[in-house]
Design a protein around this ligand. Structure first.
Ligand code: IMP
Ligand code: MG
Length: 335
């Protein structure tokens, strides 16, 4: 078995969808696996000139690749059905391609109602936290408990699918959210409820030795959505928000903007064993024309300023010891 992993290195919204879509074009994969999160994620994908926003269904479906919502996910079945219809209506065939792991947990109306009342974290109000809480409290409902799913075509066992088969699976694992929102490594309590690192992919039936490449995705600047104070002070941050269209794909909320935190980036790379880092939206930073970074001496934060060349050089030097390949990307369609 071979597995490549795509993960976020910041606070979500790094452009993972673009990277996944690009990798799938190679035709190398038999499966595409969403391994964490629920419909809090919103993946924006441009496919054959059309814009799609998917929340649950992995991008493999656009390429006729089996697309699985893994056991590390929580699923809103109403949203799932809506996505199936939207894809079908737009000419994307889903029959025999879309699956839900039998052990994925189900988001119920009660979860939605509870999460809807959140004011502390600024969640996406999609019921994720309460669904994961019930999973760990062992009172949750799994996909396999849903009568309608049991008699339908969607349920799958990740063990059977990946390990009890004659075909050697080649899996693209698609993460949701990012390192800064990870339940364990993120800025607790301003985090999501799932594992956003490479480890999160492994929990879905991917043996560690199967992992080939880990693609870590970030932007040339950081954005965050939630209640903590994150947006930098000054006009340039508002400009960044406008020019970068930094408004949530799921909730439409403005994303708070700040300079790229290179220390968090390095930590995220090391913890997840990232082999390739893609730094998106360099074109937006160029438009704003402020080549700034957040860096540290000891624990003291400072703003590193420079020009495009020194900015890239600083990042390369800062990440040197991790041995990652770095790609600076400046197009919404290409990496
Ligand atoms: P929850 O995941 O809905 O519980 O929200 C917890 C935190 O994660 C909040 O700050 C959300 O804004 C943030 N969050 C969750 N999913 C995403 C995402 O896909 N992109 C960006 N932020 C997210
Ligand atoms: Mg998003």
């Amino acid at each position: 078995m071979i597995a490549d992993v795509v993960i976020g290195l910041s606070y979500g919204d790094e452009g993972k969808g673009k990277v996944t879509h690009h990798l799938l074009k190679s035709g190398d994969y038999t499966h595409c696996l969403r391994f964490n999160g629920g419909c809090n994620a919103g993946h924006t994908i441009y496919h054959n000139g059309k814009k799609f926003v998917t929340h649950h269904i992995p991008a493999g479906v656009f390429f006729g690749v089996k697309s699985i919502i893994g056991g590390g996910c929580v699923v809103n079945l109403e949203q799932f059905r809506r996505e199936i219809s939207e894809l079908e209506e737009n000419g994307i065939q889903t029959t025999g391609l879309v699956f839900i792991a039998h052990n994925a947990h189900v988001i119920t109306d009660k979860h939605l109602e509870e999460d809807g009342a959140d004011v502390a974290i600024g969640t996406t109000k999609r019921g994720n936290g309460p669904a994961y809480r019930d999973k760990y409290e062992r009172v949750g409902m799994r996909a396999e408990d849903v009568e309608e799913l049991r008699s339908g075509p969607y349920l799958i066992s990740l063990y059977e699918e990946f390990h009890n088969t004659l075909i050697e699976p080649s899996v693209l694992c698609e993460g949701a959210q990012g390192f800064g929102l990870d339940i364990d490594w993120g800025d607790y309590p301003y985090v999501t409820s799932s594992h956003c690192t490479t480890a999160g992919a492994l929990l879905n039936g991917i043996p560690p030795q199967a992992v080939r490449r880990v693609y870590g995705v970030t932007k040339a600047y950081d954005t965050y959505v939630g209640t903590k104070d994150f947006h930098g002070k000054g006009r340039e941050f508002d400009l960044l928000q406008q020019l970068g269209s930094e408004f949530g794909a799921t909730t439409g909320r403005p994303r708070q903007c700040n300079w790229l935190d290179v220390r968090m980036l390095r930590r995220a790379i090391i913890i997840s064993g990232v082999t390739d880092v893609i730094i998106n939206k360099v074109d937006i930073l160029r438009e704003v024309d402020r080549w700034n970074l957040r860096s540290y001496t000891g624990d003291k934060i400072y703003i590193q300023t420079g020009n495009e060349q020194s900015w890239k050089q600083y990042i390369k030097r800062y990440l040197e010891e991790t041995n990652v390949n770095i790609v600076f990307s400046e197009s919404p369609e290409r990496i």
